[in-house]
Design a protein around this ligand. Structure first.
Ligand code: GH3
Ligand code: MG
Ligand code: MG
Ligand code: MG
Length: 325
């Protein structure tokens, strides 16, 4: 294991009610190069240093705690138990520092989660060895945790990316298939209504032919982003269905709601004002097919989808730049 962290970077908390014992521990550790030490005379001061309960502004990031057992007020066993109960602190190793009268309590100390113990009077060589050993374990654990976190982040990023269309940044077909299926079945269970909008850019082949594929791509992206701005509910989905076709899934949306959203989208795309000399209006427009229904009254998810597809086909036949239902 790499040893990139030096002794002075290790933060150690020393908890002991005896001034002599505390000073002895401090002196030995300092001489060994552990200079980042924090002292506590009672459990309460240790909790403050650890920000246990979150009331202080302390930095709870310790690498090791040396904990006396017999102390006035909360003793070292109870203090360790509370530290181990705290999700933010539980991974800090605790070494119990035990006088002979504490021996009987040692079992309890391990029960509550102590990592190791060291007998009083403390011997220099033993203290350094035990502290060094728990610090190594802690570092290995920290590195492992960081790697796991990194892997988790990568996995999440990968999952998110694999659900997005690379060009337009909206959901891709795979994601649509997932979401549509889930929403359809959920609506079927609840007897709820839902809507689908199918959208296609008008005479887009001519746009590509006249302005080039790069401009075509940028037009697709602008339309996609415009669609995203128009859907407001968290469960609504905008996806690229393929080519210059997009689909919107609108759970719990009735026909009137779907028509309103579709008309809005048609208007907003026109307002983008993207020049298109081969279009009747001189700008890029879209046609939409809307379908609304209750999955509980349908035989399969394809029913609603094919209704919206047919409606889109009618919108094209009737002259484009319009919504049909
Ligand atoms: P309509 O009004 O009937 O929809 O006519 P249209 O020309 O839009 O329909 P058609 O299906 O004939 O053409 C679709 C065009 O969309 C063909 C293709 O060049 C273009 N297209 C599809 N995917 C992309 C893409 O990712 N980037 C670009 N730039 N163009 C694309
Ligand atoms: Mg004591
Ligand atoms: Mg098309
Ligand atoms: Mg088209």
């Amino acid at each position: 294991m790499t040893n990139f962290q030096t002794r002075e970077s290790k933060r150690i908390l020393i908890v002991d009610d005896s001034d002599t014992a505390r000073m002895l521990l401090e002196t030995i550790l300092r001489q060994a190069g552990y200079t980042n030490l924090v002292m506590a005379r009672v459990a309460k001061e240790a909790f403050q240093a650890l920000d246990l309960g979150g009331s202080t502004q302390s930095d709870p990031d310790f690498d090791c705690i040396l904990m006396d057992i017999t102390m006035p007020g909360v003793d070292g066993i109870e203090a360790t138990r509370r530290i181990k109960d705290d999700p933010l602190l539980k991974d800090i190793p605790v070494i119990m520092v035990t006088a002979s009268e504490d021996e009987a309590n040692l079992e309890k100390a391990f029960e509550v989660g102590a990592t190791d113990y060291i007998n009083k009077p403390v011997r220099q060589i033993e203290l350094i060895a035990r502290v060094g050993s728990v610090l190594r374990l802690k570092q290995e654990m920290d590195i492992r945790k960081a790697r796991e976190q990194e892997l988790e982040n990568l996995t999440r990023t990968f999952q998110e990316l694999s659900n997005l269309d690379g060009l337009t940044g909206v959901a891709n077909r795979r994601r649509f298939d997932d979401v549509y299926d889930k929403e359809w079945r959920s609506a079927k269970r609840d007897g709820a209504v839902m809507s689908v909008l199918m959208l296609d850019i008008d005479i887009f082949k001519a746009y590509n032919d006249r302005y080039g594929h790069l401009k075509g791509d940028s037009c697709l992206t602008r339309v996609a982003q415009c669609l995203k701005r128009e859907v407001k509910r968290p469960r609504d989905l905008v996806a690229r269905y393929g080519g210059e076709e997009f689909v919107l899934v609108l759970p719990e949306t009735d026909a009137a709601g779907a028509m309103r959203i579709a008309e809005n989208i048609r208007e907003r795309v026109r307002e983008l004002g993207i020049e298109h000399q081969d279009s009747a209006t001189g700008i890029v427009s879209v046609s939409l097919g809307a379908a609304t229904g209750r999955p509980s009254e349908m035989s399969s998810p394809a029913d609603l989808l094919s209704s919206s597809d047919k409606a889109l086909y009618r919108a094209k036949l009737e002259g484009r730049d319009r919504v049909c239902m």
